[in-house]
Design a protein around this ligand. Structure first.
Ligand code: NAP
Length: 456
């Protein structure tokens, strides 16, 4: 029997070990999902929605246990783990209140007796999810997806199997019927087989670009819908009229949240010449002030990275950038302590052709780039294969909105704050950051058949 192991990245200790499913067991779970879907889709949406406040209560009831599980499996500071569970409860209550309205039939005036659009469920949807927000990423797909009447299968990241099972348990405790949500403890090599199964109608992935390419081609090969939420290298543009303290505070919070392992973290700080030195100083002050250490410690702001191999990959990207001429003015050295720690780091003199510019740095490393003016800053911001989030800081709100709306090539753009996800607002990227949207009205409609009905 092959075991899936969760290892605490802060100390290398084994947290749990779980048997992987065999192909036969996976097949049974897919059949179970297909059966459950038939009744679930027929259940009135009000009854499906009634389950969500109960799920919110279950999450709140077990908040400490779930938060601890996340922290020991992937190193997130415990305060942030608790915040993640609270945000999931908010998501549940938001969709309980607004989801049924988002899916109401829409009448369209034509010459027919009646014409309308109805949002019908697709069937069984597979979700392939990452470890960085182990509860949030899963529920932000599953809550609207199941409210719309679909059944869900979860293939979670292999380093958070305890979280994967805990989510299934929470849904069961909230009263979700058997088979509507099931966790598949399988390695990534078995994902293609699940996508190909005829009962599986669609797949959503949140993860790296490499996984995105593999899953999109498998889904494309059998003509199934896919949604991809992939990586990013978000620009954080600071203009000459920005409030530099506000910008530095937001920049540090964004770059260090989740120990730098967020798809929408500010990664490339693009600052106009006149304020570059002052901004760098203020950013460094704030990065230094945030304490790195044991993720279970209440005062820790920067925990361990999720796995030792990911820490090593990050350091290698930093070293390659230094070889190409970047300078490390803070951090950049692996600490001697045990655990997958990496310090808050600032690289200056970053430009195209360096990993710190061209690739996603998934950890607490800020790349600083200077630009002569707004036009050059925006060219640099958009000169990226990614297009997930983008931030701009300026005290001229009209200017900020114009840049956010008309100039940034990205899906989620914030003026004078750092990019955050919010159940009320659509979330997703363009270019190599993926396609499709989660959250808000767009997220709940993503896995529906937008069905036209005409009564002549
Ligand atoms: P990852 O290595 O791509 O893993 C994500 C999921 O995909 C895991 O469940 C993984 O399974 C699976 N997977 C990996 N390769 C696969 C393949 N070839 N075929 C099928 N499944 C495959 O990403 P990660 O390191 O966990 O997460 C970090 C990445 O996610 C970053 O790039 C980040 O920016 C992105 N992300 C994006 C968003 C967004 O909303 N846009 C949000 C959060 C994170 P195993 O664990 O078994 O390999």
């Amino acid at each position: 029997m092959t075991m899936m192991k969760a290892v605490n990245p802060a100390n290398g200790e084994l947290v749990g070990s779980y048997p992987e499913l065999t192909p036969g067991e996976v097949g049974k779970k897919i059949d179970n999902a297909a059966r459950a879907f038939r009744d679930w889709a027929e259940t009135p949406i009000e009854a499906r929605a009634a389950l969500l406040p109960r799920l919110a209560e279950v999450l709140e009831r077990h908040k400490e246990r779930y938060a601890t599980l996340m922290t020991v499996e992937m190193g997130k500071p415990i305060q942030q783990s608790r915040g993640e569970i609270e945000k999931c409860a908010w998501l549940c209550r938001f969709y309980a209140e607004h989801g049924p309205g988002f899916l109401e039939d829409e009448v369209v005036k034509t010459e027919a007796h009646r014409a309308f659009v109805s949002f019908r469920p697709l069937g069984v949807v597979l979700a392939v999810m990452p470890w960085n927000f182990p509860f949030w990423q899963v529920l932000r797909f599953a809550v609207p997806g199941m409210l719309a009447g679909n059944a869900a299968l979860l293939k979670h990241a292999s380093n958070v199997p305890g979280c994967a099972l805990a989510i299934e348990e929470a849904l069961r405790e909230a009263g979700l019927p058997d088979g509507v949500f099931q966790t598949l403890l399988i390695p990534s090599g078995m994902v293609g087989g699940v996508i190909e199964h005829k009962a599986v109608r669609a797949v959503t992935l949140t993860g790296s670009n490499a996984a995105g390419r593999a899953i999109a081609s498998q889904a494309g090969g059998c003509l199934k819908k896919s949604v991809l939420e992939l990586g990013g290298s978000d620009p954080f543009v600071v203009l000459e009229d920005a409030d530099l303290d506000k910008a530095a505070e937001a920049g540090a919070a964004s770059r260090l949240f989740n120990t730098g392992q967020a798809c929408i973290a500010a990664k490339r700080f693009i600052v106009v010449d006149g304020v570059a030195e002052a901004f760098q100083e203020k950013l460094a002050e704030r990065l230094k002030a945030r304490k790195m250490g044991d993720p279970m410690d209440e005062n820790t702001a920067v925990g361990a990275l999720a796995r030792a191999d990911l820490r090593d990959d990050l350091h290698e990207q930093v070293e390659r950038s230094l070889e190409k001429g970047a300078r490390s003015v803070l951090g950049g050295v692996i600490p001697n302590d045990e655990g997958a720690y990496y310090p808050a780091t600032i690289l200056t003199g970053v430009h195209q052709g360096m990993p710190a510019f061209d690739e996603e740095l998934f950890g607490p490393v800020a790349s600083l780039i200077t630009a002569k003016d707004e036009a050059e800053a925006l060219d640099i911001a958009n000169n990226s294969p990614f297009g997930l989030g983008a931030n701009v800081f300026t005290e001229d709100l009209e200017r900020g909105q114009r840049i956010a709306r008309d100039r940034f090539e990205a899906g989620v753009c914030f003026v004078n704050d750092f990019v955050k996800s919010d159940p009320r607002l659509p979330f997703g990227g363009i270019k190599e950051s993926g396609y499709g949207r989660e959250l808000g009205i767009f997220g709940i409609r993503e896995f529906t058949n937008v069905k036209t009905v005409v009564v002549a």
